[in-house]
Every structure is written in C-alpha cells, then in structure tokens.
Design a protein around this ligand. Sequence first.
Ligand code: PMP
Length: 436
Amino acid sequence: PKSRQVIADALQVQTPTRPSVRGTLVIEEGFGSGIKDPDDNIYIDLSAGVAVSSVGRNHPKVVEAVREQATKLMHSAGLVSSTTVKLAKKLSEIMPEGLRDECFTVFGMSGSAAVETAIKFAKAITGKHQIVAFEGAYHGVFHGSLALTTRENFRVPYMPLMPGAIHMPYAYCYRCFAGFDSKSCAQACGKYLDFKLNTPNTGADDVAAVIVESMQADGGYIDPPIEFMKALREACDKRGIILIIDEVQAGAGRTGKMWAVEHYGIKPDMLVWAKAVGGDMPLSGVTVHKRFYEKLPQSSQVITSAENAVVNAVGLANLEILSDPKDDLIGRAAKLGGELKQRLLDFQKTCRLVGEVRGRGLFIGVELVSDKDKRTPLDAKYMGQIAKTCEQRGVRVMACGRYGNTFRLMPPLVITEAHLRKGIDIFLEAIKEVEA
Ligand code: PMP
C-alpha cells in the first residue's frame, strides 16, 4: 500500500530521533475525529492527534478563519497585529480565576517553547535560579523544559541540561511511594515539598518557581487529589515562589472545565498552554499575572515566527468554538467523559488487566497491569499488541506513563457518541484478547 512507501521514505529522510515512524499510521486527511491514510482507510482517532484536535480536525469555522486571514495577513514579526491582540484579549477573558482579566500573554509555537519562556520569566522576576518540577513530568524537549522532564531516554543523550532543576514526588496515588491511601499520599507529597523547601543548605531559598501539570499527562494521565495542588499553592505562597501551571495537554476544555486547574480551586501565577488552543495550527503561550509586568526586563525576548496572524486567527476560532454555549463542547467533555469513565470502571470489574481507571472529562487514563495485587505494569509487548489490534480495526489509541502501561483516552470533544462507543468497543475487545 501507499502508506508503506511513505514510511520507507520517512525512514530515509526524517530524523531517527522522531518516535514511532516504523509501523505507525500515515495520515493524509483529517476530519472531525476521523483520519484517513493514503490507502483510503479511515480511523477513529481516540488520541485527538495527541490531545490537540479538541474541536476536531479541519473544523469548518477553522478552515474559514484560515481562508479569511490568509488573504489579509500572515506573518507579522516586528509589528503589532490586531488578530494577535484579539487573541491575547480572549485568553485574558477565559483564564482561570487569579489570572482572568489581569494578565498578559507571550506567544510561542510549541509547548516546550512556552515552558522555556515561563521559567526564564520566573528567574528574571524573582532573581532566583532553581525550578521545582515533579517525578513523571513532561514539560518539553529543550534545555530548560527537558531538565524539568523525567523521561530518561529523552534526557540522557543530551546532558548537561539546565542547572537548578529539582524533582519532587507527584501525588500518583495508585503507586504511592509510601503505600498511603490517596488523601494521605496527596498530603504527604505536598508536605514533602514544604519540608524540602524548609531544609537549610539545599539551596531551597533559591527557588524561583514550582512548575506542575494540572493533571499529569505523559506521566500517566493522573488527576491528583485536590489536597496535593492546594499544598503546592500554600508552599509557594509562604515563600513568594511562582507557581506555574502547565495546561499544555489537559487545558482548553478537555477535562470538562476550560482549565484543569479549575477543578482544584487554586490560582496560578502563570499558565502555560498549547496543543488544543492552536488545534490544527502550532500555537502556544504563557499567560502571566499582571503584577509581574513591571518586573520583566523590557525588550528582552523575541520569537520571530510567533504571533503569526493565521495561526492566531485559528487560535481565536478554536477558543470561540470551545466557549460557544450553544455547542457546549466543554460540558459535553464532562458528560461523555463521565459516562465513558463509568463504562471503563464497570469493565475493570470483569477484567484482571485493568489496574486503575482515572481522570476527568475526556482526559482518561486506563492503567493496565499483569497482576492487580502487585500492580505489576503490563509488559510493553502486550501494550503494543493492544494498540496494533485497535489500529487494524480502525481505531487509534496511544499509551503513556512512567511504565508505558497506561492508555490515554483523549478523543476530540466533538466525537459522536456512536464513534466513541464503537472506538471503545474495539479498545476493550483488544484488551480482552490479551487477557485471554
Ligand atoms: N507540557 C505538557 C504537559 C505536554 O504534554 C507537552 C507535550 N506532550 C509539552 C509541555 C511540550 O509541548 P510540545 O510538544 O508542543 O513542545
């Protein structure tokens, strides 16, 4: 088939550092929650292009926004484009409490770039040098954001990374290092941070920021208990440390609220966003509280191709679609996600491979184990088999997690109920076949 030729060519001319070229799908067309390969096979995409296509691929309003903006202006470096200003205003209106209507935004083209900006800003604002992140975190691939990420195969070949990155335990309660129940685990992880920051001679008085994913994404689709996030906010407040919330994967409606941090009732100092805000276009940014405005060195950073007017027109269209009360896509994510989670919890009772089902809205992790009592992660071979079976039957699913044993269900928020049901039927069937 034509796909094979594309893969063969990709292996010749694309970088070996890019994951999963061999044996993966080739995408030729996208529409809603569907993708089509060059051989005209159609797949239901339960991964939304890695949690990006929340409004679906090629949404008619997005296509129209591209068409309209492209005839007027695309590139705008060095100048001020009204489209970009409109997007910054829209972001300000929809930010979570604590940032809403009192913030400004720096744009970028990838989540990693926005994280780099956030940590640079935190250093400039506080005059301090260390950044606290969490075990299992994924914040990006550049020297700063990678230093805050704990994926060893991404890090090791590229050492040394940014100095001053410190990792603390994340409230991953299913695998709590102290064997606590979830509330105690969350409190212990929060207190651990507090304890570390109180320990003299560790450089703890040199911490500029704590960066945390509102819900840990690549680390295993984990929604931490509220106590954990509250403890982080308190630890930062006590010491004037900046709390950066990374919403790159969980943000923009996926979890049933516009921002996942809104489930936790804490106020961020900076919020990093990307993926679903840009959707079909590469767009990211960090939105920062206004009180830091005067503390930032003026004219100290430029990203030449950020602020592209077409990209930003698409960002605006996406945010308008997401916040349109008529379609209520965010409410839909909460409702469909709730029903899906219940279905998976019921399945867990009958399947010995399902260790935990977790998440909120359409941000759902299904952690698979070979032994429920010991919580032994399911072997990569079987994880691969499940993904492959799904693919052969027309469904795209992706795994994640520290042990690679969690499937993350993150379909577009526009997926039809029939497609979601069909996709999940096939996914559960594939798990059952491995169980047998
Ligand atoms: N932060 C989080 C939480 C992410 O999930 C990702 C991407 N997986 C990033 C940052 C980096 O984003 P990008 O790949 O766009 O650089």
